[in-house]
Write a protein that binds this ligand. Structure first.
Ligand code: SF4
Length: 107
């Protein structure tokens, strides 16, 4: 099974923040806002760290994150995992990691 590292490179390529599944999730949107603020602060400090995995509103395919902790995602919406470079670069075969868990578990 593929292993996706929880790192800045993959986080930068992740498309989850744009995904319709999370678009109306108050929980995910709050995390996305916090992450954006954190990113700006880090850039101005010239630093580069990752948020705690439980605060990450994406990169669900990474084992450190896995299934989304937010319970208000709308799985009736279309998944965009296949538009993601992380998906392509790791030759992932599955989708909806936010619901199903990491690539290490689901391929
Ligand atoms: S894991 Fe896939 S379905 Fe879930 S939010 Fe990310 S892109 Fe959308």
């Amino acid at each position: 099974m593929p292993i996706v590292d929880y790192n800045m490179d993959n986080a930068g390529k992740c498309q989850c923040a744009k995904c319709p599944v999370q678009a109306d999730s108050a929980c995910a949107q709050e995390k996305i806002q916090k992450m954006m603020q954190m990113k700006e602060q880090m850039q101005s400090m010239d630093g580069g760290g990752m948020p705690e995995p439980r605060m990450m509103p994406g990169l669900y395919c990474a084992e450190a994150v896995g299934k989304a902790s937010c319970d208000d995602l709308d799985f009736a919406q279309g998944c965009i995992c296949d538009t993601c470079l992380v998906h392509q670069e790791h030759n992932l075969k599955s989708y909806r990691y936010c619901r199903e868990g990491s690539a290490e578990q689901n391929g």
